[in-house]
Every structure is written in structure tokens, then in C-alpha cells.
Ligand binder design. Structure first.
Ligand SMILES: [Zn+2]
Length: 236
């Protein structure tokens, strides 16, 4: 079952209404959602589903289902829901906004550290990228300063869609070796930060990189020959 992914066009939706399509042991499927499912290194959203009778069902995680664009909302308890009923969706906005700011910050940082990206992860309190680079080329103070200088330019981000075929002609767009962009739907979504970054990404981002504020580099360490890890947090 395909879910309409409302966050893909508007990452700032905090509430929405949706209908229950299926309830099973893996989770709750809705006809549309504002909950981002775990993927591309970004954690799945948490929040709540509100029934018409006022009952509140906590959602502890969100995952992708088996079908393309299907989303599983994973409840904390055992849900008593009817297929077809209308619910009010509430995403845990403070947590999601932190994820959006950190996620966008990693896009900016990936242009300060010029090396292939071998991995990444974003949680609400910190984010990291792994690079295939020599340790001696990673300077925490320099990465922090240059990333914050770019953030201070306050550039608007853009979502751009290209075809699979266009992406094939521009392999340089794929910086992250461990996460290949999703194929098969015919179109690939790119995040564009004009003059800074352009790469395939299905995650949620802030509208203007100025919203990140500033970052600090928490640590840099080696996680193996081709994985030098740079971990960051929001400065405030
Ligand atoms: Zn992204």
C-alpha cells in the first residue's frame, strides 16, 4: 500500500488528518502521512495519532513498509483502530526540527570536507558523516569554522527532481557511497543548496540553512581505514 508522503513537499507540517488503511503487527498504515520513516541515515519520526473520541495513541518509531513509499507507524502499545477511520496526526516537532537542522548541516559540512562520504547518521542530539580521507586532513576547528561561515550565508534550499537517466549521466552527484539513491520510481529527488551542495536525498531539510544557527564539532575519530568519522551537534 502506497502512502502519500506529505513531508516530501512540506517538511514543516506538524499536524495533518489521514485515514487508517491497515493495522497489523508491523504497524499502522495510513493513506497519507507527515511522519518520516527511518532512512538515508535519518531516524524515523515519533509523535501521536489522535482518534475522533479523543484517544491518543503514541507513535514510538516510523519505518518504511515493503511497497515503494509505504510507511509503517509503530505504536507504543496495542492500537484499537478501525480501518477507514480518520485520525489527526501530530509529529513530535521539536525532535523532528532538530533532525532537519542537523541533517541540513551535514549537507553543508560535506562541502567543507572534500572526500567521498562512506556513511552517515542523524539523531536529534548529534549527526555524523564518515569520510574516506586521511586523518591528518581533518581539523575540527577548521571544519567547524568553515561550516558555520557557510551556514551564516543564509541560503534557501531547493528540492529538485531529475530522472534516473539524468542521474546516470552525472555520477558525480552521488557523494555517499554507502547510500545509493532510491531507484525504480523513475525520478530521483535532490537537495540543492545553491553554490554549496547538490545531491540525491530523500530526507527532511530546513528551508534556509540559516535556521541551523551554528554547529560544533564534537569529535573526530577513525572507524577504520576508509571511515574517518566527524560528529557534530547544534551549537544551540
Ligand atoms: Zn538530505
Amino acid at each position: 500500500m502506497t502512502t502519500e508522503l506529505l513531508f516530501r513537499d512540506d517538511a514543516y507540517l506538524k499536524t495533518a488528518t489521514a485515514r487508517v488503511v491497515a493495522v497489523h503487527e508491523r504497524g499502522i498504515e495510513l493513506d497519507r502521512t507527515i511522519f518520516y520513516p527511518l532512512g538515508g541515515g535519518q531516524l524515523g519520526d515519533t509523535g501521536a495519532l489522535l482518534r475522533a473520541n479523543g484517544e491518543r495513541l503514541a507513535i514510538g518509531d516510523t519505518r518504511k513498509g515493503e511497497a515503494i513509499d509505504s510507511v509503517l507507524h509503530i505504536p507504543a502499545g496495542t492500537p484499537q483502530l478501525e480501518v477507514g477511520e480518520t485520525l489527526q496526526l501530530e509529529v513530535d516537532w521539536e525532535r523532528r526540527y532538530a533532525l532537519m537542522r542537523l541533517h541540513t548541516a551535514l549537507h553543508v559540512m560535506s562541502c567543507v570536507v572534500v572526500a567521498p562520504v562512506t556513511g552517515g547518521n542523524i539523531s536529534p542530539d548529534k549527526g555524523r558523516l564518515d569520510f574516506d580521507i586521511d586523518m591528518s586532513l581533518l581539523d575540527a576547528e577548521k571544519i567547524e569554522r568553515e561550516t558555520n561561515e557557510l551556514i551564516a550565508r543564509g541560503i534557501e534550499t531547493q528540492t529538485v527532481w531529475i530522472t534516473d537517466a539524468e542521474l546516470d549521466t552525472r555520477p558525480e552527484l552521488v557523494k555517499t557511497m554507502s547510500v545509493q539513491p532510491p531507484r525504480g520510481a523513475g525520478l530521483v529527488r535532490l537537495l540543492k543548496i545553491p553554490d554549496i551542495d547538490l545531491q540525491p536525498c530523500g530526507g527532511t531539510h530546513v528551508k534556509n540553512i540559516g535556521e541551523i544557527g551554528a554547529i560544533r564539532v564534537l569529535k573526530i575519530r577513525s572507524e577504520g581505514k576508509r571511515n574517518k568519522r566527524v560528529e557534530i551537534a547544534l551549537a544551540s
